[in-house]
Design a protein around this ligand. Structure first.
Ligand SMILES: CCCCCCCCCCC/C=C/C(=O)SCCNC(=O)CCNC(=O)[C@H](O)C(C)(C)COP(=O)(O)OP(=O)(O)OC[C@H]1O[C@@H](n2cnc3c(N)ncnc32)[C@H](O)[C@@H]1OP(=O)(O)O
Ligand SMILES: NC(=O)C1=CN([C@@H]2O[C@H](COP(=O)(O)OP(=O)(O)OC[C@H]3O[C@@H](n4cnc5c(N)ncnc54)[C@H](OP(=O)(O)O)[C@@H]3O)[C@@H](O)[C@H]2O)C=CC1
Length: 297
C-alpha cells in the first residue's frame, strides 16, 4: 500500500484554534500534527505535562505551527476552564475541540472494583461532557460557530464484553453527540464523531491487545480489509470534520475500521468456505430445488 497522504489543501484549518484532549500521544498526537500542517493553532492537554511538552516541541519543529501544551485532567472542571482561558489568551479564541482523551483496559467485568469502572467512565464520559459544556457555553455567549469531534468506538452501538466501562461511556458520548447536534444547531455549533477500528498506538495496544492476546488473534482474520488503520487516514477524516468543508454535517458518526464492525453479519461465518466446498454446497442446494420445480415437496 502507498503511504497515506494528507487529504485537505494547504491552509484548510487556517485561523482556527483547536483543542485536542489527549493530544500528547497516539491518535491525538497524529491529529494535532495534521491540524498544524493545515494551518491551525493547536492546544494539547492531558495529565502528563512532560509528555505534552515533548510532543509540542517535536511537532513545532516538524510543522512550524503554533502549539500550546497544558496539563489538564479532564475530570476536573476548573482545569478545563483553565485550558479554555489559556487558549483564548494565547490565540484570541477557540474554534474546535476533539474529545480524544480516554482510559480503557480489557477485563472480565465481575473482576472490576467500583473504582476501576469509575476511572474509565469518568475520563471518557465525564471528561467529554465537561469539556463540551464549558466550550458550548463560551461559544453561545460569544456567538462562535464552534465544532466538536468526539472520538468514539464501534462498540458504542454494538456493545462489547470485556470493555464494559468503556462501552457504557462511549455510548453516552455518542448520545451526547447526536442530542447536542440538534439542540445547538441553531447556534451554528456542530458535533460529529469518528468510530475508529484498530489503529496501533502504545496506549491501546498495552491495555487492549497485550502480547498474550497478540499471539492468539490476527487482524487479517478479523478485519475484512486485512489491515489495521493508518494514523493519517484518521487524521484526514478528523480534519475534514473540523473544517468548513463539512459545514452541512452534524450529529454524524463515521466508522473508519476496514469493515471490522461488519463481522456481526449473520452469514459472515462463511468466509472460510473453500471453492470446492462452495461447488458441493451449490450442487446440494440445486438438488433440493429440483423436486419443488417438478411440483414435489
Ligand atoms: C483481535 C483483537 C482486537 C484488538 C483490538 C485493538 C484495539 C481496539 C480499540 C478499541 C477501542 C479503544 C479504546 C481506547 O480507549 S484505547 C485508549 C487506551 N489508553 C489509555 O487507557 C490511556 C490512559 N489509561 C490509564 O491511565 C490507565 O489505564 C487507567 C484508565 C487505569 C487510569 O490510570 P490511573 O493511574 O488513574 O488509575 P489506577 O492505575 O490507580 O487504577 C484505577 C483502578 O482501576 C483498576 N485497574 C487498573 N487496571 C486494571 C486492570 N487491567 N484490570 C482490573 N482493574 C484495573 C485499579 O486496580 C484501580 O482500582 P482499585 O483501586 O480498586 O484497585
Ligand atoms: N487506538 C485504537 O485502536 C482506538 C482508539 N480509540 C480512541 O482513540 C482515542 C485515542 O486513543 P489512543 O491514541 O489509542 O490511546 P492513548 O493512550 O495514546 O491516548 C489516550 C490519551 O488520553 C489521555 N488521558 C488519559 N486520562 C486522562 C485524563 N484524566 N485527563 C486528560 N487526558 C487523559 C492520555 O494522556 P495522559 O496519560 O497524559 O493523561 C492519552 O494521551 C481514545 O478516545 C480511544 O478511545 C477508539 C477506537 C480504537
Amino acid at each position: 500500500m502507498n503511504p497515506i497522504e494528507g487529504m485537505l489543501r494547504e491552509g484548510s484549518l487556517k485561523e482556527k484554534t483547536i483543542i485536542v484532549t489527549g493530544g500528547g500521544t497516539g491518535l491525538g498526537k497524529s491529529m494535532a500534527r495534521y491540524f498544524l500542517q493545515l494551518g491551525a493553532n493547536v492546544v494539547i492537554c492531558s495529565r502528563k505535562l512532560d509528555v505534552l511538552e515533548a510532543t509540542a516541541k517535536e511537532l513545532e519543529t516538524e510543522t512550524g505551527g503554533k502549539i500550546l501544551p497544558i496539563a489538564c485532567d479532564v475530570r476536573k472542571t476548573e482545569q478545563i476552564e483553565g485550558v479554555i482561558s489559556a487558549s483564548i489568551e494565547a490565540f484570541g479564541r477557540v474554534d474546535g475541540l476533539v474529545n480524544n482523551s480516554a482510559g480503557n483496559f480489557i477485563s472480565p467485568t465481575e473482576k472490576l472494583s467500583y473504582k476501576a469502572v469509575d476511572v474509565v467512565v469518568d475520563i471518557v464520559l465525564r471528561g467529554s461532557y465537561y469539556f463540551t459544556l464549558a466550550l458550548g457555553k463560551y461559544w453561545i455567549d460569544h456567538q462562535i460557530k464552534g465544532t466538536i469531534l468526539n472520538i468514539s468506538t464501534t462498540y458504542s452501538w454494538t456493545g462489547s464484553g470485556w470493555v464494559v466501562p468503556s462501552a457504557m461511556a462511549k455510548a453516552g458520548v455518542l448520545a451526547m453527540t447526536k442530542s447536542l447536534a440538534f439542540e445547538w444547531a441553531p447556534y451554528g455549533i456542530r458535533l460529529n464523531a469518528i468510530a475508529p477500528g484498530p489503529f496501533p498506538t502504545k496506549g491501546a495496544w498495552d491495555r487492549l491487545f497485550p502480547e498474550e492476546l497478540a499471539k492468539k488473534f490476527s487482524f487479517e482474520n478479523r478485519i475484512p480489509l486485512k489491515r489495521t488503520g493508518e494514523h493519517q487516514e484518521l487524521a484526514n477524516l478528523a480534519a475534514y470534520l473540523l473544517s468548513d468543508f463539512s459545514s452541512y454535517m452534524t450529529g454524524e458518526v463515521v466508522t473508519l475500521d476496514g469493515g471490522e464492525v461488519l463481522n456481526g453479519g449473520q452469514f459472515n461465518f462463511l468466509k472460510d468456505v473453500t471453492d470446492e466446498q462452495w461447488a458441493a454446497i451449490a450442487e446440494q442446494i440445486k438438488n433440493t430445488n429440483k423436486p419443488s420445480r417438478n411440483g414435489g415437496e
